[in-house]
Design a protein around this ligand. Structure first.
Ligand code: NAD
Length: 258
């Protein structure tokens, strides 16, 4: 039966301590998956405690800095030692960096690339060997990776992640492993809680649905891409952004003429 259920499947989520990653971990447990939630903290973050589901899902927490290759290989060995194949990987961990074009330093660029791009590459390299046909990788991009979003290092990293995703979809496709990307718009999380009112207002003006998104709405897109319902979808990019990236700037023109 084709369904959104993930019973018997093992899925690893990075950056799952809060925000979108925590919501993804929660929804995947609800869908019946065995979820390995990972983040920088040594102990399981409070928001992830006590999760279980009627459909047999369960959550385990492991510390993982996604930019640390040895951490990834230790995690892969740990999963292997338990005899678990990996059915899903969500490369969600990401950091932002707000410097603009003429102020951004090489160090700024390196810092975001290390997490947003290299972290995802390491995840794919470490876990693809434990995957078999039917496995699914979801990379978390951003509308920044579809547009000229002003924080240049962050934007460049998310455009780079798109390239990584497409290569991975091509290279892993013959093994039956799918690789797709979701591009969140403005989602209410700790990352965006400090956004200036001007940023919030300007973003809403560019968003046809006229509101920000919730972490559950991104998690829904991730669940779809991990599930057998998307079994013929690979190399795809799904904006979860209220339409923000869909109009190529035409919204302000349309609004001006109302
Ligand atoms: P968040 O800051 O609320 O959570 C990110 C999590 O990643 C944190 O728990 C953090 O500890 C973890 N993390 C950071 N560096 C890490 C590392 N080196 N190794 C492991 N974990 C690390 O962010 P969020 O808003 O939930 O964002 C999740 C993803 O969605 C990111 O990739 C982000 O770029 C992307 N995104 C967010 C938005 C938004 O509006 N919130 C929009 C577009 C894209």
């Amino acid at each position: 039966m084709v369904s959104l259920q993930l019973e018997g499947r093992t899925v690893l989520v990075t950056g799952a301590g809060q925000g979108q990653g925590a919501a993804e971990a929660r929804l995947l447990v609800e869908a019946g998956a065995r979820v390995i939630a990972t983040d920088l903290a040594a102990d399981m973050p409070a928001g992830l405690g006590g999760l279980s589901s009627a459909s047999g899902g369960a959550l385990m927490y492991r510390r993982l800095d996604v930019s640390d290759a040895s951490g990834w290989s230790a995690l892969a060995s740990w999963m292997q030692s338990r005899g678990w194949q990996v059915d899903g990987l969500v490369n969600n961990a990401g950091i932002t960096q707000r410097s603009r074009l003429l102020d951004a330093t090489v160090a700024d660029l390196q810092r975001v690339y290390e997490v947003n791009v290299a972290g995802s590459l390491l995840g794919i390299q470490s876990l693809a060997p434990l995957m078999v046909g039917g496995a699914s990788i979801v990379n978390v991009g951003s509308v920044a990776g579809l547009t000229a979003h002003y924080p240049v290092a962050y934007t460049a990293s998310k455009w780079a992640l798109r390239g990584l995703s497409q290569v991975a979809a091509m290279e892993l496709g013959p093994r039956g492993i799918r690789v797709n990307t979701v591009h969140p718009g403005f989602i209410e999380t700790p990352m965006t809680s400090g956004a200036r009112p001007e940023f919030r207002q300007a973003t809403l003006a560019e968003t046809p649905l006229g509101r920000t998104g919730s972490v559950e709405e991104v998690a829904g897109g991730v669940l779809f891409l991990l599930s057998p319902l998307s079994s013929f979808v690979t190399g795809a990019e799904i904006p979860v952004d209220g339409g923000q990236s869909s109009h190529g700037g035409a919204k302000s023109v349309s609004d001006a003429l109302r």
